[in-house]
Design a protein around this ligand. Structure first.
Ligand code: AGP
Length: 604
């Protein structure tokens, strides 16, 4: 998952490219580079590490030119070094790439006899070499790119720039997103509309297999069959692309604190009059079972929803991570609804799993935060989770809005299948409508959670426990702790503890227990007491009733407001997020761009 951008401008493009790359850093940030055509010659500047290092380099070693391409990298092949940074070049062509070329080694073997040998560890350099080969065979740039793309296996978004061509960029899309921006006598290409927002809100999205030949006069697009394609030009809502921290220290805290507001927006859209309101096409009476597929945090929102669909709507619900689902190739029975959850809408594994389900499931519904994303466009129905742009790599507000929609979907399912009465639905929806205020109460515990986090920071590992839907909350809490603080963390269904993991318990292992005072509370407390009987270090996250019943012997306690079956997992996510955030702050790790990660994993 990398970010790519290109500009055919009137003036110097280097600053425009760098600003666009800043907006794409969420896609990867272990190195960056730009290339321009300057007086006919191709020139490059590249730097390892964050984009700021490239900016600094350009101050001392500027790059002129009115046509250029740029890239911010999340390494797939080859370490994060300047030498492996994009753009890659070979002879008269330079290229930037998002994705993976799976047959690059075979292509290198084909090119070696023609005097073309790789000097980097990357798959992308092979693309430049192959294009240079076709140019050397006498093909013009358009024909050379077509011939190149035809030989590539894998997933890619590519952008080519050519020596002597001050008014040409060629873009190719297969499996990774690409957008074309229309300016006033200028043209742009980017991984998404966010990157191009400072220049234009007039966007054309390339489809799978498209190749676009871009000049300042516009873009000629051919489809996967080589036929001219007429792709719509859309006006993208520019306010959706405003990216700032609104006074917060990090995007993550901004997005954590936005949760009450964005959840209210989701409730207004999907339960405007106290009942679930989804498009008519989503008729749950058509289905006898549900399959839910996602990755990471999205997977944990699906795991949570499994409890709701099965307990409230009484419909069997299978949940799987996309990378397993797509290769397990599960049989999909008739009358199956397949739900795919993805904040970015571009996660390669989830998109591939969706494509596996196409033609097998009776309906494919996606929950996305980017309405123009690939997953949205390939679904029968895409439901916007309305969380607003989520910049921080660690997902927070998208998670709780995913839960909000999934809870309402479970209610709609139960209602449409006649399993839940209108009165029961109204009661559940009323519970959900109260959640934003409960979130605000939970956010008031921020300072107390920060103190708890200081005690966690020295830990080598953290164990999270929960039962029922709180087990999914514990899993999400463990993911947040891992990806933000780099401390190993894992989660267990608390009933599982005695089947092995309890061997881990000693005073040095912090154990965090999510236990609202519900029908599983006593069982969870029994497991918690098993931990304390072995001198375990327990933090209990519960409510006033829970504290009065079970705070004895715990090291730390956090009192959340009283919650119910639907509101619990949503509200309890906030202390999980804040605990990870403050532990990371105590450790000094990078909050919004943790090491090794990227916001959108558009490669396998
Ligand atoms: C969440 O905090 C992680 N950054 C990661 O697990 C993420 O949820 C996962 O990569 C899926 O992303 P998506 O929702 O955009 O598909």
């Amino acid at each position: 998952m990398c970010g790519i951008v290109g500009v055919l401008g009137h003036n110097q493009v280097a600053p425009i490219l760098v600003e666009a790359l800043r907006r794409l850093e969420y896609r990867g940030y272990d190195s960056a580079g730009i290339a321009t055509v300057n007086k006919g010659a191709l020139e490059r500047r590249r730097a390892v590490g964050k984009l700021v290092n490239l900016s600094d380099l350009l101050v001392h070693n500027p790059l002129a030119g009115h046509a250029g391409i740029g890239h911010t990298r999340w390494a797939t092949h080859g370490a994060a070094t300047e030498h492996n940074a994009h753009p890659h070049a070979c002879g008269p062509v330079t290229v930037v790439h998002n994705g993976i070329i799976e047959n690059f080694r075979a292509l290198r073997e084909k090119l070696a006899p023609h005097g073309l040998s790789a000097s980097t560890d990357t798959d992308t350099e092979t693309v430049a070499m192959l294009c240079a080969y076709h140019l050397a065979q006498g093909l013009d740039p358009e024909a050379a790119v077509k011939a190149t793309v035809a030989e590539l296996d894998g997933a890619f978004a590519l952008l080519f720039l050519f020596e002597g061509q001050e008014d040409l960029m060629i873009a190719a899309r297969k499996g990774s997103p690409l957008a074309i921006g229309h300016g006033d006598g200028e043209m742009y290409v980017g991984s998404d509309a966010i990157a191009l927002a400072p220049m234009t809100d007039q966007i054309t999205y390339l489809e799978e297999g498209d190749i676009a030949f871009v000049t300042r006069a516009g873009a000629k697009i051919i489809d996967v069959n080589g036929q001219l394609a007429n792709r719509a030009k859309q006006k993208i809502e520019t306010q959706a692309t405003v990216i700032d921290k609104a006074g917060h220290k990090h995007f993550m805290t901004k997005e954590i604190y936005e949760q009450p507001v964005v959840m209210s927006e989701a409730l207004s859209r999907y339960a405007p009059n106290g009942a679930p309101a989804f498009p008519e096409a989503l008729d749950f009476s058509r289905f006898d079972r549900i399959v839910m597929v996602a990755c990471g945090t999205g997977y944990y929102s699906c795991l949570t929803a499994k409890y709701w669909f099965e307990q409230i709507a009484r419909i069997p619900c299978e949940v799987d991570v996309a990378s397993e689902f797509r290769y397990r190739e599960p049989p999909i029975a008739p009358r199956t609804l397949a739900i795919f959850v993805s904040q970015s809408g571009e996660t390669a594994d989830t998109l591939a799993a969706l494509r596996y389900a196409q033609g097998k499931a009776d309906m494919i519904v996606s929950l996305v935060n980017v309405g123009t994303s690939s997953i949205a466009r390939e679904s029968d129905l895409a439901l916007a989770i309305l969380a607003g742009i989520e910049v921080s790599v660690a997902s927070t507000k998208a998670y709780t809005n995913q839960l909000t929609l999934l809870a309402l979907m479970a209610l709609a399912c139960g209602q449409q299948k006649g399993v839940v009465s209108d009165e029961q639905v109204a009661t559940y929806v009323s519970e959900l409508r109260g959640v934003p205020d409960l979130m605000r109460q939970a956010l008031k515990l921020d300072a107390q959670i920060a103190d708890m986090a200081n005690a966690l920071a020295p830990a080598q590992s953290v164990l999270f426990l929960g039962r029922g839907a709180m087990f999914a909350t514990a899993l999400e809490a463990a993911l947040k702790m891992k990806e933000l603080s780099y401390i190993h963390a894992e989660a267990y269904a608390s009933g599982e503890l005695k089947h092995g993991p309890i061997a881990l318990i000693d005073p040095t292992l912090p154990v965090v227990v999510f236990a609202p005072f519900d029908r599983l509370f006593d069982k969870t407390v029994s497991n918690m007491q098993e931990v304390m009987a072995r001198h375990g270090n327990v933090t209990l996250i519960t409510d006033a009733k829970g504290l009065s019943e079970a705070s004895a012997g715990t090291q730390n306690r956090l009192e959340l407001p009283i919650t119910g079956d639907l509101s619990g997992p949503i509200v309890y996510a906030l202390p999980a997020q804040l605990l990870a955030y403050h532990t990371a702050m105590a450790k000094g790790t990078d909050i919004d761009q943790p090491r090794n990660l990227a916001k959108s994993v558009t490669v396998e």
